[in-house]
Design a protein around this ligand. Sequence first.
Ligand code: SF4
Ligand code: SF4
Length: 224
Amino acid sequence: MSENGERMMPGKGLLDGLAVTLKTLTRRAGTQQYPDVQPDLPPRSRGVIALSEENCTVCMLCARECPDWCIYIDSHKEEVVVPGAARARQRNVLDRFDIDFSLCMYCGICIEVCPFDALHWTPEFEYAETDVLDLLHDKNRLGEWMRTVPPPPAHDVLGEPSKEEATAARKAAGPGAATAAKTARPAAVRTTPGTPAAPAPPPTPVTPPEPRPSAEEPGPEAGR
Ligand code: SF4
Ligand code: SF4
């Protein structure tokens, strides 16, 4: 019997099943033959976190913002004697920077909040361990992942040049161009290539504020 109560032809279910099998047999399989064939992952995949130790200033922002509390940082202060300076300077030296990937939920908050680009995503994902304790990566292991960090995406050709590029261009153009660039009025509207730029709006006249009578001055009704 079918779902709506009609009698089915004997053997129809078997034929339907065989038809599905034949259709699937002729279709190209979507299975990836990992580990014989490596998957083609997008360059910004969240595989593992890499640490650029020289960029880390031990500000502790990442450890404080991590929702899983799986970043462990230890440091000490060191005095740096600068020739000519009145007193020695102090700097933080990183002793320990561990991430426990058995707790990490790959949210990326630590990477987002780091103000010094010390943490980066890499698409590497082959670091499974048989012992969960081995998923605690120390700063040396996190530093080794840096070689797998993909290069940053190219700049948008229509975007504004970076501060460094603008400074280098001004320097290359000479000191006169640098002064002109500082005194020049900013362009009013950003346009697409081929479209004439709109003129800058005229300056708005500033009306001086009316003088307010001070509390000590007698008003017009004073002395009546
Ligand atoms: S990705 Fe998220 S959970 Fe993992 S270490 Fe960074 S902040 Fe913590
Ligand atoms: S936020 Fe960046 S600079 Fe600060 S401790 Fe973390 S990795 Fe180091």
